[in-house]
Design a protein around this ligand. Structure first.
Ligand code: TRP
Length: 337
């Protein structure tokens, strides 16, 4: 790498491949990953966090398919392995190793306060495994291995970033500066996409109602149908406002996809009903996703290229990760072999 790139800040982010990638993942995270990559002012490191997904039971064949699909989908969204480092978490064994170490520098009480743990243990009451509990330590390991400065995340991950910062700071003061203390931020150009059926909840691929969630790979017909069925309110006026979660969500989606402001959208649909608006949003989303779906179809048929890409990503990541892990182990007192 040249000298000039050496000083660039490191951006790190990851996404779980626990089903098909959704419109929410795309507008809330992936689109921004590509923006940061194209700005060229940061070194971007992106991970498909497959180790995280096994906190919930996965079916082996389905898991293999999900991970490969997600890898291809993210490339199709514009993440470019020539510009960013993009790999599969389980290919870089240092993640699991540092996670173990960080487990020993994280308190039971801290992990007990994580709201995602509380929510997930309520949802999966039959499988409250230790991994679900220590999940934030694995996430901290992801970030800290690469000395990341900046971590774009959704609002629901802010608490985990705080924990990663606390653990990094704790380790640094126990020994000596080892980890960069990362800063989390919620990308300003991203949208928090809500369920189309219950717009008070985040859009989620695990929703039982198939109409709640748009997948990146849904066909145009299916996308249009889902938007036509989107839950709104009885006011019948396209305007952003309190208590209008459904319309706010649709306006948010339309705004990120078209680049129009809320005011411009209100003006565009003044005097028109929700029916017209929903079709317009659906059509805008279809056009946004069309090239992604086409690119995905090409990529998923080219297994050799996918393999070459994720191997290359893992190779670079592994070198960076090992550098940090070596430092950490030496400071703790492990004997170098
Ligand atoms: N936990 C994150 C999520 O579910 C995904 C994730 C794993 C992550 N490791 C990360 C995000 C590191 C940012 C940084 O959305």
């Amino acid at each position: 790498m040249e000298n000039t790139t050496e000083k660039k800040k490191i951006v790190y982010s990851a996404i779980q491949p626990s089903g098909t990638i959704t419109l929410g993942n795309y507008l809330g995270a992936l689109k921004n990953w590509v923006v940061m990559q194209e700005e060229g002012t940061h070194n971007c490191i992106y991970t498909l966090a497959d180790l995280h997904t096994i906190t919930v039971r996965q079916e082996p064949a389905k898991m293999r398919k999900n991970v490969l699909d997600a890898y291809a989908s993210i490339l199709a969204c514009g993440v470019d392995v020539e510009k960013s480092i993009f790999f599969i978490q389980s290919h870089v064994h240092q993640h699991a190793e540092l996670a173990w170490i960080l487990n020993c520098y994280t308190q039971f009480g801290e992990l007990s306060r994580m709201t995602q743990f509380k929510d997930k243990s309520a949802k999966h009451a039959d499988n409250i495994n230790a991994g679900l509990f220590t999940y934030p330590c694995l996430m901290a390991a992801d970030i800290l291995l690469y000395q990341a400065d900046l971590v774009p995340v959704g609002a629901d991950q802010k608490q985990h970033i705080e924990l990663a910062r606390d653990v990094a700071g704790r380790f640094n003061s126990l020994y000596s500066p080892t980890f960069t203390v990362p800063e989390g931020f919620i990308p300003k150009n991203g949208a928090r996409v809500m369920s189309l059926q219950d717009p008070t909840k985040k859009m989620s691929k695990s929703d039982e109602n198939v109409n709640a969630c748009v997948s990146l790979l849904d066909s145009p017909d299916v996308i249009l149908k889902k938007f036509k069925r989107a839950v709104t309110d009885s006011e019948a006026r396209v305007a952003y406002g309190e208590g209008k979660d459904g319309i706010n969500n649709l306006m948010g989606i339309y705004s990120v996809v078209t680049g129009k402001s809320m005011q411009e959208i209100e003006d565009e649909f003044a005097g028109k009903g929700y029916g017209d608006f929903k079709v317009a949003v659906g059509e805008a989303v279809i056009e946004e996703l069309r090239p992604i779906r086409e690119k995905y179809e090409k990529l998923i048929a080219d297994k050799a290229y996918l393999e070459e890409s994720y191997r290359k990503g893992a190779e670079i990541a592994e070198r960076m990760a090992q550098r940090t892990l070596d430092k950490v182990m030496k400071k703790i007192g492990f004997i170098h072999k």
